[in-house]
Design a protein around this ligand. Structure first.
Ligand SMILES: C[S@@+](CC[C@H](N)C(=O)[O-])C[C@H]1O[C@@H](n2cnc3c(N)ncnc32)[C@H](O)[C@@H]1O
Length: 243
């Protein structure tokens, strides 16, 4: 996916090399195609030393300023409430997925249709369900994974965590995400499509997302997306399947 560069490379280039090496282990890319922009957040060292901590703090502040000024005013609310979770993430106290979930909260509304393109153990599916579920039962989470054990794991997490009524709002599919258009009913416009790339935690590390199928799935996601919708990617740069 093309990014129009709304991320703080100027800040990155001013950081010491050692810092950049440590930083470069995890990335996000969020895109709201209706307004044709995307942005990417990159993690700071998990174990920053005293000297790098101050650099990391400056980085967080500068990154947030850079995002704020780059994002169209109409979408400024995307970043609302993000400072704390971003700072926690930079210092290893929050997970990458928690940053993603915080952004989703600013986009997804009760009753929305959303897609989890890589449901894995179901933590993202559950977070999505909490955002869309209400008494009207109009919302839906379409969640998929290539692996049967991933779907079982997601199903079991949902059964333990939500009421049968809420559970009924999630549809699970054993499917490659390139085929996501086959499961979302025509006419449903999707508010969020989320990807969490890589392999199933606790599963077979050889079965992982691949860049070519991810690219095709992103194209499919863009077709399904409602105006103002969001494609969210948590990307691990530590191995090829996570990119
Ligand atoms: C990092 S895990 C996802 C974690 C998950 N979102 C969670 O909350 O636990 C990545 C998942 O993508 C799945 N996957 C890999 N290639 C896929 C594909 N082409 N289509 C759908 N899922 C795929 C893997 O089986 C794995 O379960």
């Amino acid at each position: 996916m093309a990014s129009n560069g709304v991320y703080p490379n100027s800040i990155v280039s001013s950081l010491p090399k050692r810092f950049i090496k440590l930083r470069n282990c995890l990335r996000f890319l969020f895109s709201a195609p209706s307004s044709n922009y995307s942005f990417k957040l990159q993690q700071k060292p998990r174990k920053a030393s005293m000297s790098t901590n101050s650099i990391a703090q400056e980085y967080v502040a500068a990154s947030m300023d850079s995002f704020r000024t780059s994002i169209p005013q109409s979408h400024g609310s995307l970043l609302s409430g993000l400072d704390d979770v971003m700072t926690g993430y930079m210092f290893g106290k929050k997970k990458a997925t928690e940053v993603a979930h915080s952004i989703w909260k600013n986009v997804v509304r009760k009753g929305d249709v959303v897609v989890d393109a890589t449901c894995g153990n179901g933590f993202d599916t559950l977070a999505m369900l909490k955002l869309i579920g209400d008494r009207t039962h109009k919302g839906r989470v379409y969640a998929m994974d290539l692996q049967k054990n991933a779907l079982e794991s997601t199903s079991s997490l949902l059964d333990q965590s939500v009421s049968p009524d809420e559970r009924g709002l999630v549809e699970l599919y054993a499917l490659c995400h390139t085929k996501m258009e086959e499961i979302v009913p025509q006419g449903d416009s999707v508010r969020l499509v989320a990807f969490n790339l890589g392999y199933l935690p606790g599963g077979d590390k050889r079965i992982k997302t691949q860049s070519e199928t991810t690219r095709l799935a992103l194209e499919a996601a863009a077709k399904l997306l409602a105006p103002g919708g969001l494609i969210s990617l948590v990307v691990y740069v530590g191995h090829s399947g996570g990119r």
